[in-house]
Design a protein around this ligand. Structure first.
Ligand code: PGA
Length: 255
């Protein structure tokens, strides 16, 4: 069975003291999770503090992006080795907010993903359709294009380690989650594509999360989908109580 993941994407939230407090709460509770991987993704500036707080726990530490080269004239970017050096284990790549507001493309997502894999940073690659694409019946087409592009020149050995997050744009930060059926349909399409690109063994190893208004009240229903391996959580990850409550639901489902 695939180990489920509950990941908190803090986006551009939390000053350092607040970040320390929240990470401390999660670190303290983390020993009670035996079947669920927890991951926290604070801003770049809070990564070193979290690295200290989370050391000695099994909680993963994720950057919210990563560049594809080692060093150089790339103002505002952070290299994979720099993230590795401070103890990062994961990097979120291609979040829809990066794609929407900062010009991230399928090509840059692929470059970033390959660089992460070369550095033992597990990429959490986000894909998802807009409301217009869903209404036009283009959901599957869109997410398959994104997944295929993200994995260009990624071999089967590396592909197994990739984590995907299916996050429909219309569900992010809106309070309107996809239904469990909608989520499952897209997750199954992604897994089916992984089997086409690689084989069944890769397809059944890759963890695929759902993200978009995941809350304590809807996780129990969402997690029933056979292809769902956990959640990438935005707003509900900003309070330890709601984040841990979602994680506990996933943990009891996985037991
Ligand atoms: P949300 O964000 O949980 O606030 O909808 C999810 C995400 O953007 O990863």
């Amino acid at each position: 069975m695939r180990t489920p993941i509950v990941a908190g994407n803090w986006k551009m939230n939390k000053l350092l003291d607040e970040a320390r407090g929240l990470a401390g709460d999660v670190a303290e509770a983390s020993g009670t999770f035996e079947h669920t991987e927890l991951i926290l993704s604070p801003t770049y500036v809070a990564l070193p503090a979290l690295s200290e707080i989370l050391s000695g726990t099994d909680v993963g530490l994720s950057a919210q992006n990563v560049h594809w080269t080692e060093q150089g004239s790339y103002t505002g970017e952070v290299a994979p080795s720099m993230l590795e050096e401070i103890g990062c284990t994961h990097a979120i790549i291609g979040h829809s907010e990066r794609r929407q507001y900062f010009g991230e493309t399928d090509v840059s997502v692929n470059r970033r993903a390959r660089a992460a894999l070369e550095h033992d940073l597990t990429p959490i690659i986000c894909v998802g359709e807009s409301l217009a694409e869903r209404q036009n019946g283009e959901t599957e087409l869109k997410i398959k294009l994104q997944v295929r592009a993200a994995l260009s020149e990624v071999d089967a050995g590396d592909a197994r380690d990739v984590i995907f997050a299916y996050e429909p744009l219309w569900a992010i930060g809106t309070g309107e989650s996809a239904t469990p059926e909608q989520a499952q349909e897209s997750l199954a399409a992604i897994r089916g594509l992984l089997a086409d690109i690689y084989d069944d063994s890769v397809a059944s190893s890759v963890r695929i999360l759902y993200g978009g208004s995941v809350k304590p009240h809807n996780i129990d229903e969402l997690i029933q989908g056979p292809d769902l391996d956990g959640a990438l959580i935005g707003s509900a990850s900003l309070e330890s109580e709601s984040f841990l409550s979602i994680a506990r639901s996933v943990e009891s489902w996985a037991e």
